[in-house]
Design a protein around this ligand. Structure first.
Ligand code: ATP
Ligand code: MG
Length: 175
């Protein structure tokens, strides 16, 4: 990467092996679309977009200042969004530490010159893309995901699709 090249970055929750396995093998009807590969499964916390190294440094500083406790995310519903044509598994409730984590990131990132997302936050893992047949929004037997950290990820678009690389990890407080 040249010095002056921007990176496409986002903050995310990255699954442990057990959670990844449960997500990768979650059976949801017959998915007519492209299932996201196990390595790419994540929950986006905040999307930074293409940023230069000053903004990246600012974002990393913001992340290091976050004070939120570890928590368990209950992925308890599946659904379909028509516009992006994705099938997702999500959390119907946002645990308080997650709300605190999100607001620390959003508040901090605004001081880095980044604009906050205007849409209401929905904690979700995209399971499949290019899904042309909607599935009914419904509850599932919850997947319990223990979360003790969050990560900064670089997204690269390759001919085969998006590839993500975890750049850095920050740990949350012990309960
Ligand atoms: P591709 O765009 O190549 O199809 P992708 O959407 O997985 O793949 P990115 O666009 O780099 O890759 O997005 C990385 C993550 O950030 C994904 O979880 C995506 O849903 C999320 N994301 C992308 N754009 C936004 C945005 N404007 N607001 C919020 N989240 C976003
Ligand atoms: Mg995208």
């Amino acid at each position: 990467m040249g010095e002056d090249e921007n990176q496409r970055l986002f903050f995310a929750l990255w699954p442990d092996e057990g959670t990844r396995e449960r997500l990768a093998t979650l059976a949801v009807d017959d998915i007519i679309g492209r299932r996201v590969s196990g390595d790419n499964l994540h929950v986006t916390l905040a999307f930074l977009g293409s940023v230069d190294k000053q903004v990246r440094a600012c974002a990393e500083h913001v992340a290091s200042q976050v004070k939120a406790q570890s928590f368990t995310l209950q992925l308890d519903e599946v659904g379909y969004w028509r516009k992006p044509r994705i099938l997702w598994v999500g959390a119907s409730q946002l645990p308080l530490p997650l709300v605190q984590l999100l607001s620390s990131l959003d508040d901090g990132l605004s001081t880095c010159g980044l604009k906050p997302e205007r849409r209401e936050y929905r904690a979700h893992v995209t399971l499949a893309r290019k899904v042309h047949k909607p599935i009914a929004h419904r509850s599932i037997n919850p997947i319990l995901w223990p979360i003790d950290s969050f990560v900064l990820v670089e997204s690269r678009t390759l001919p085969a699709g998006a590839s993500y690389q975890v750049l850095r990890t920050w740990f949350l407080g012990d309960n």
